[in-house]
Design a protein around this ligand. Structure first.
Ligand SMILES: [Cu+2]
Length: 137
């Protein structure tokens, strides 16, 4: 059984994550099936296994602007997850994205930088980056 969690007290100084709340922007992130057993190509799946990607896999946000990210797991039979790492590579949160569900969290980043994210189930290919920009002038 995996242990899923949101940022702890130390992590919340870098990014606050809540299940609900007001957001100034929303981005929908899809779990895209790039090459899977149901639709192939068979040769690709045989060589690489099933391949998934986050779409989009690059998201630019501004510091201290609450932004809702809504994940749509489009697969009926595949669990995905979302693991967010700080610029120093420390894992801040890890949440499950169950098959055929939409899950939202409101993210407020308190630091600029590049935050990598991963689906731990589908490594090394299912990744992305959040670029946190300085506040708008
Ligand atoms: Cu995945």
């Amino acid at each position: 059984m995996k242990n899923f969690y949101l940022p702890d007290a130390a992590g919340s100084k870098i990014v606050t994550v809540t299940k609900s709340g007001e957001a100034e922007a929303e981005t929908i992130v899809l779990t895209e099936a790039v090459a899977v057993k149901e639709t192939g190509p068979k040769e690709t799946v045989a060589k690489f296994g099933e391949i998934y990607a986050f779409s989009p896999n690059f998201i630019a946000l501004r510091e201290n602007v609450p932004t809702k990210l809504t994940f749509w797991n489009l697969q009926p039979d595949d669990e995905h997850d979302f693991m967010l790492a700080a610029p120093d590579s420390r894992v801040l949160m890890h949440v499950k994205l169950a098959p055929l569900t939409k899950e939202s969290w409101v993210f407020t980043f308190h630091e600029e930088g590049i935050f990598n994210f991963y689906c731990a189930v589908h490594q090394p290919e299912m990744n992305g980056q959040i670029l946190v920009l300085p506040p708008a002038k």
